[in-house]
Design a protein around this ligand. Structure first.
Ligand SMILES: NC(=O)c1ccc[n+]([C@@H]2O[C@H](COP(=O)([O-])OP(=O)(O)OC[C@H]3O[C@@H](n4cnc5c(N)ncnc54)[C@H](O)[C@@H]3O)[C@@H](O)[C@H]2O)c1
Length: 271
């Protein structure tokens, strides 16, 4: 049998599979990147070669993470913005494009949780969660796509949650669960609408990940032991458990994947 000198043998455009995970020359933005999952995403994208804009409601946190990246030799910028506000969304996307000259990777990660039994949840609480977790994510995707259309290429990755698939318990969080289900449907819908213009839209659904959202919540922190008993992997997740996935979804290695909900939860949805 002669050697087949095709893309499998030689790599696509001569790039081996690991080279197709590289993000050199790309410009990325991550919201809610001042701590937790967003911070880990920002580091991962930067380590893979991207320039990274760190956006957070808290200016100090955004600046600290941008500095961490710069310390590692990664080109970065910090921006304070409310990812729930239409005007500030438009502003931060435009600012990133002004600074980096392009936008190839957009990670809409900022989100809030609210623990409240369904029968006690007020319209104001519902709106607060949905304004950031759903409406803000939609408006950000819309603004990012408007930049990406003329480029003919772009990767949008939204942070959903395992709560889009199962009802996490025993905590009660109806607004959050519904909002994350909506992120998955939003992702699928935008993926279908924009695929022919080169834009890939996917989401990541983390299981229970050790961050301030859990550790600093008086309702959630005591539940960790109970949750672990329901996780086949036998532990809750760390933010570093999500870093490979964000690089994959941001990179050319995943160019044929769109509208996907990538669930990373140590098997918790299996039982
Ligand atoms: N931690 C988990 O177990 C878990 C599981 C599934 C999904 N998620 C999702 O992952 C995302 C990040 O969660 P995390 O655990 O890192 O949270 P976190 O609370 O530790 O960090 C969230 C960051 O977002 C920022 N932020 C909050 N509101 C904002 C706004 N309006 N505009 C801009 N930034 C804002 C905060 O200042 C903070 O730095 C959220 O969408 C969350 O729903 C988390």
């Amino acid at each position: 049998m002669p050697v087949q000198r095709d893309d499998v043998y030689s790599g696509i455009r001569g790039q081996s599979v690991l080279e197709r995970f590289r993000l050199d020359g790309k410009a990325a933005v991550v919201t809610g990147a001042g701590q937790g999952i967003g911070r880990a995403f920002a580091h991962a994208l930067g380590e893979a070669g991207a320039r990274v804009a760190v956006i957070d409601l808290d200016r100090g946190r955004a600046e600290d993470v941008a500095k961490e990246l710069a310390d590692k030799g990664i080109e970065s910028m910090a921006g304070q913005a409310d990812a729930a506000g239409p005007a500030s969304i438009e502003e931060f996307v435009n600012e990133v494009v002004r600074r980096f000259g392009q936008l190839d990777i957009a990670v809409n990660n900022a989100g809030i949780n609210l623990n409240s039994a369904a029968e006690d949840t007020t319209p104001e609480e519902w709106d607060m969660v949905h304004n950031l977790n759903v409406r803000g994510v939609f408006l950000a995707c819309r603004q990012q796509a408007r930049v990406m259309f003329p480029q003919g290429y772009g990767k949008i990755i939204n942070t959903a949650s395992m709560a889009s698939i199962i009802v996490p318990h025993p905590q009660k969080q109806v607004s959050y669960n519904v909002s994350k289900g909506a992120v998955v449907t939003l992702t699928r819908t935008l993926a279908a609408e924009w695929a022919d213009r080169g834009i890939r839209v996917n989401c990541i659904s983390p299981g229970i990940i050790r961050t301030a959202l859990i550790d600093q919540s008086p309702e959630l922190a005591p539940l960790v032991g109970q949750w672990v008993a329901t996780i086949p992997a036998g532990r809750i997740g760390e933010v570093t458990d999500l870093q490979g996935a964000i690089v994959y979804l941001a990179s050319p290695a995943s160019d044929y994947m769109t509208g996907h909900n990538l669930v990373i939860e140590g098997g918790q949805t299996l039982w």
